[in-house]
Ligand binder design. Structure first.
Ligand SMILES: [Zn+2]
Length: 76
């Protein structure tokens, strides 16, 4: 393995270890626009965005924000 690969693997390992099982509201907001796009287009939600869906199931606040965003997108 080259030094670059080793470094890359270390970075990936680090990213994986801090990757939260559950995302917080702040992270959720970052993905909202992309998530809402998939909902409005009816395209399948890709794996990383599924965390948003599972957060929304538990977080009434974010669910409400998403509904407002969807309404705004429809109105556009
Ligand atoms: Zn939330």
């Amino acid at each position: 393995m080259s030094e670059t690969d080793a470094k890359l693997n270390a970075v990936i390992g680090m990213a994986m270890s801090v990757l939260p099982e559950e995302i917080g509201c702040d992270d959720c907001f970052d993905y909202f626009a992309a998530y809402a796009d998939h909902l409005t287009n009816g395209t399948p939600v890709p794996e990383p965005l599924r965390m948003v869906g599972s957060h929304l199931e538990r977080c009434a606040f974010c669910m409400e924000e998403l509904e407002l965003l969807l309404e705004a997108m429809k109105a556009r």
